[in-house]
Design a protein around this ligand. Sequence first.
Ligand code: URA
Length: 463
Amino acid sequence: MTGIRMDDGRWEALSPGACLPAFLVWAVRVRPYELIKAKRDGKQLAPEDIRAFIEAYTSGAVPDYQMSALCMAVFFRGLNAVELGAWTQAMLRSGEVVDLSDVPGVKVDKHSTGGVGDKVSVSLAPLAAACGVPVPMISGRGLGHTGGTVDKLLSIPGFKMDVPVSEYRRLVREVGCCLISQTSAIAPADKKLYALRDVTATVDCIPLIASSIMSKKLAEGIDALVLDVKVGSGAFMKRAEDARTLARTMIGIGAEMGRKVTALLTDMEQPLGRAVGNALEIIEAVEMLRGRAPADYTEVTLALTAEMLVLGGKASSQAEARQKMHAAVKDGSAVRKLKEIVQAQGGDPRAIDDYSLLPQARSTVDVVAAQPGFITGIDTEAVGLAAVALGAGRQRVDSIIDPAVGFTLLRKEGEPVVAGEPIVRIHYNEPGPLEEVKERLLGAYRFGPQPPASRPLVLERLE
Ligand code: URA
């Protein structure tokens, strides 16, 4: 009689000739416990063990608590290039690797490492598509203190993002863009892991971010990718050196897989634009496509979309890309493309013209400046956490978010204020968390007698 040793140390008998599932064959040879311990102690993991661990986690054979422990070990010990390659490949191959080669054109996507008020994808995708670049885009939910494109888009009534792969392929071909959430078809390992890392303090880890982003992006059928690596108090990478390392790591993974990847390091020392919160950010994104959005958000969107146009062969230079984008905003084709996308994905396109059809908070209240002077800085992570506390993001994997709530930032860095002047408008439904939210927001704003030195919005470009 043969048997297998279970995680609790028991032996389970197998009848003679029984065929072991792949995970059990691996589990007999290397137990998850041993792998976690090896990484915890700084040892290098074998690629086949990483692959087997991720496969087993995706199928449910390795439980969340063991994956959390491995992620925490990776957080402290890192992954070398071979381990990272194996980890990314295993996540990429955990589901379908979509082939879009029958869709004409160079398919280009963009991914952000995450920020506060970062609604760039919502305006960039239709803008690039209106300029002729096919955009297959897989997006994530909010993560930690950062917002997610999925949560923002789902605030449009009826909009669906769990689109089957066949429909996704058809929409990229026929509409020029499809925005999907992570399904169990494409990179399901990342879908599970993303939610787990969100609640186990293992998000801000370069190899885990790089493999998460690159696995899903490489699985969605792209030819090229533009990365928006955020730097600052509202980003996972607070320092430019770390953001640069993350960007280089992802560019390296892309190069291994034969994809062109360029990265912009962009400022996240303060929220992008003035809206924070899902439906509020949709309105600001639509306003961008009408040429009426705040300058910082508009500039970051144009800089990233220009990269997409050049990679996609629709412009030979950044200057030409900018001309095309300005024309698409001016002649209305950018906003029309957004409506087309919304309609194609089951949403109500009237909400793009009539914002009252989007979720609206019942009440607003203003946070006022306690002293006169200038806004010298904003702790952006604190603003993101205040939005989570208000209900715009999740505190637990299964929290239900309120799409209507959020903030309008009436004053941002460098702007003058008088004492008692409103600096942030809170849009809320439940008064319960209001006092905590106000306190967090007031604590996030720094005041001083002089405006701070201005910073570039795009810090660096890497390719
Ligand atoms: N965005 C992702 O897709 N994954 C991460 O881990 C962080 C940001």
